[in-house]
Design a protein around this ligand. Sequence first.
Ligand SMILES: CCCCC/C=C/CCC/C=C/CC(=O)SCCNC(=O)CCNC(=O)[C@H](O)C(C)(C)COP(=O)(O)OP(=O)(O)OC[C@H]1O[C@@H](n2cnc3c(N)ncnc32)[C@H](O)[C@@H]1OP(=O)(O)O
Length: 303
Amino acid sequence: MALASGVRFAARALLRPWALLRGTTLGRTEPAAGGGGDGARRFGSQRVLVEPDAASGVAVMKLRNPPVNALSLELLTELVISLEKLENDKTFRGVILTSDCPRVFCAGLDLTEICGRNPAHCAEYWKAMQELWLRTYLSSLVLVAAINGACPAGGCIIALSCDCRVLADNPKYRIGLNETLLGIIAPFWLKDTYVNTIGHRASEQALQLGSLFPPAEALQVGLVDQVVPEDQVQSTALSEMARWLAVPDHARQLTKNMMRKATADRLLRQRDADTQNFVSFVCRDSIQKSLQAYLEKLRQRKG
Ligand SMILES: CCCCC/C=C/CCC/C=C/CC(=O)SCCNC(=O)CCNC(=O)[C@H](O)C(C)(C)COP(=O)(O)OP(=O)(O)OC[C@H]1O[C@@H](n2cnc3c(N)ncnc32)[C@H](O)[C@@H]1OP(=O)(O)O
């Protein structure tokens, strides 16, 4: 499913050379763990490890930005590049998105990218976040989120952009859009994604309360599709992938587009305004103070 040319252009304009080259091994392949035949060669970058299996047409894409897979500008950029590479390789029909970091799937926005940063950087950062959401939400591939750790805020939205979600049954692995707890708010396209997944009333309540749902409640409210023991998350994601790949791609892709295009178009129509709203909102002194206080609290938790 081709993204609007504007988005593709934005992606290319965004993917500045330095972001690609900084410590990455883009394009370099290495044998996947356990060897494997042709097509089993890993590729990716410093922060995204892709383990493709050409025989099944399924790749496992692992976020590898320790300690918590915070969505730094580089991680956002490398995720978009890795996804685009798999979408352009017709060998692949599905991607399992998971974490290489223990206990955390993705901690959401990297708050150091917006705390104490100038408006130009915040704008560039937010465009990268928009791009990753558009790329995952509209992907022609089947995307299954194998959620093997905590999944707050931006991590939750990446998981919700996938076609289905398998969550490890660990009470510490909570998932949800908790922005209000940081003194900020989710932009409309995060809200829309939530509403499209769990409905309006559940979203209205969960967004205002900044709810982070433990697995049983996440399943009950519909945020995730399956909750399984931690050591069965990857195998369950593979089984779920097989279920989706049993459907002819073209019919499934057209249906996915029918279901999601209106939501994505809403952002595409007002992408610049959304960026300006984000920058003027997060650069307010009061918001900067809230975010700094929140980061401080996070850092002191270990003390
Ligand atoms: C009107 C128009 C409005 C326009 C729209 C405006 C919108 C604003 C943006 C809206 C969207 C926001 C989406 C977001 O993603 S905001 C970020 C929300 N994320 C969180 O709340 C998660 C915070 N982190 C945690 O809860 C925990 O770290 C954990 C993920 C549960 C993992 O816990 P644990 O394993 O115990 O690890 P630590 O807590 O000790 O963290 C280790 C290390 O990492 C730092 N860190 C954690 N999360 C982040 C983060 N999101 N960004 C940056 N850094 C993070 C943490 O401070 C520790 O650092 P040190 O090792 O240096 O202490």
